[in-house]
Design a protein around this ligand. Structure first.
Ligand SMILES: Cc1ncc(COP(=O)(O)O)c(C=O)c1O
Length: 463
């Protein structure tokens, strides 16, 4: 009987008989009360739980009706055999409060935020609506492991037109974000092969898993220091040549050639080129992708729709050198694409009809305005602040000549409800830098708020 000592609450919104019925049902389903067990009589259980016999009668009645127990006249109630796994409704008496990990700030200078007002919802909705229809029912089945052919074809066309990348759809793999694709790429190589990473660099690289494999390589105003790479034991290098993350340096022409030569010298060497925000350039001509210059099948090119469309879409892709395609197919033969087919087709149709390039053109203009505004406000009002990495992308670096450390400045900004991102967050091995340095993302701050946001940030540093 002790098993039936349920906590029944008279003040609960649910009547006592329902609470008891739910508790008993749960205990039967979970096999806490074995099949065939005789339940206590109504009178015994009423006394034991100190509630009325009518309450017990109602509960038993419900369990009888649902087949959880049977009644044997003049003998009692017995727990029935349940053949199928029933659907268990969990009742939560009071809502569990889980602290939300998403913080909100008056101004968030996150380098990962995009403008929320420029997205063509109407057009996107039309494509989504057209697709969510019986005529697309074949999309309910699993799709191509590397991603939908239609989307890969659009990506191949876009890459050729905008980045002079030559590839066919067989070389393209679509997946839900760079952070998921990178570990896939690394699986194509020996577990013990050393991976050179830019320092500072992209923080989503799984550094902890790679601790024994990662070799930090310095970055200067010409991008990755290839001499250092040449002197390292690395066979693979991850690099952001068009717009180094986070410093914004562009890999110089000399270093590009040097890097491609480095890769060509050994059959085991490869370059992973992350071209993530090359669409947005404010100064100078577009920088061609390394992949297009490579004559030796040595570059694995990757990019994403995170900045060009939205981070929440979770669509990124890589382009394998032809020589790595068989190896990829061998290893990932059993893995399905991680992006829903419907989303892939919406995007493919959006691109095919020219909306992606129109959207990019519109966003380029908007981000250029935001970028110019940010630079003007900083240079006019805060001449001591050094701004770098401002040729492309959606953030710049500011170096703040303050006696206070980076952490204190960040804490002060946070006190004023402003979020900024210290350079130290992206450092793989210690690097000397003179003043506290922060990434100032402007993508998510409305154009008309940029001036106010910069003043609020600078004020927070001195208060
Ligand atoms: C260097 C770099 N690569 C890629 C990305 C985008 O990653 P994902 O495709 O996972 O959104 C970012 C995001 O800011 C980045 O900084």
């Amino acid at each position: 009987m002790d098993l039936l000592l349920f906590a029944l609450d008279k003040n609960n919104d649910k009547p006592l008989y329902e609470q008891l019925y739910l508790n008993l049902k749960d205990a039967i389903i979970q096999k806490q009360i074995a099949t065939g067990t005789k339940l206590p009589s109504k009178r015994q259980l009423a006394e034991f739980l100190n509630i009325s016999q009518t309450t017990i009668e109602l509960s038993y009645g419900q369990l009888l009706a649902e087949g959880y127990i049977i009644s044997k006249p003049r003998i009692g109630y017995f727990v029935e055999e349940i053949d199928e796994l029933p659907y268990i409704e969990k009742t939560i008496s009071s809502p569990i409060s889980i602290p939300s990990p998403v913080e909100s700030f008056i101004f968030d200078f996150s380098p990962g935020k995009i403008d929320e007002n420029g997205f063509p919802f109407k057009i996107w909705r039309k494509y989504a609506k057209d697709l969510l229809d019986e005529s697309s029912k074949s999309l309910l089945q699993i799709g191509h492991r590397q991603g939908e052919q239609e989307l890969r074809a659009q990506i191949a066309r876009y890459l050729y037109e905008s980045r002079r990348i030559h590839c066919n759809v067989e070389q393209i793999v679509i997946g839900s974000g760079t952070e998921h694709l990178l570990p896939m790429i690394l699986r194509l190589f020996q577990d013990d092969s050393k991976l050179a990473l830019e320092n500072p660099g992209y923080s989503a690289i799984p550094r902890n898993d790679l601790q024994h494999r990662a070799i930090p390589i310095s970055v200067d105003e010409d991008g990755l220091v290839v001499d250092e790479l040449e002197n390292s034991a690395a066979d693979l290098v991850y690099i952001t040549p068009s717009h180094q993350f986070p410093t914004g340096a562009v890999l110089s022409a000399t270093r590009r050639t040097q890097l491609l030569k480095w890769a060509a010298q050994n059959p085991t060497r490869y370059i992973i080129e992350d071209d993530y925000d090359s669409e947005f350039r404010y100064i100078g001509k577009p920088i061609p992708a390394l992949q297009g210059l490579d004559q030796n099948d040595k570059v694995i090119y990757m990019s994403t729709f995170t900045k060009s469309l939205m981070p929440s879409l979770r669509v990124a892709y890589f382009v394998l050198p032809l020589s790595l395609v068989p190896k990829y197919r061998e290893i990932f033969n059993y893995y399905s694409a991680t992006v829903p087919r419907f989303d892939q087709h919406i995007l493919a149709n959006f691109m095919k009809d020219g909306h992606f390039s129109k959207h990019l053109n519109r966003m380029r203009k908007l981000y250029r305005k935001k970028h110019d505004k940010l630079i003007t406000v900083l240079s006019k009002n805060y001449p001591n602040i050094m701004v770098t990495g401002d040729v492309a992308g959606m953030h710049v670096l500011i170096s703040v000549p303050s006696a206070l450390p980076e952490s204190e400045l960040k804490a002060r900004a946070r006190q004023a409800n402003i979020n900024i991102y210290p350079l130290s967050k992206y450092v793989l091995a210690p690097i000397p830098y003179e003043h506290p340095t922060f990434l100032l993302g402007f993508g998510g701050i409305p154009l008309e708020k940029i001036e106010e946001a910069v003043h609020a940030l600078m004020n927070s540093f001195t208060h």
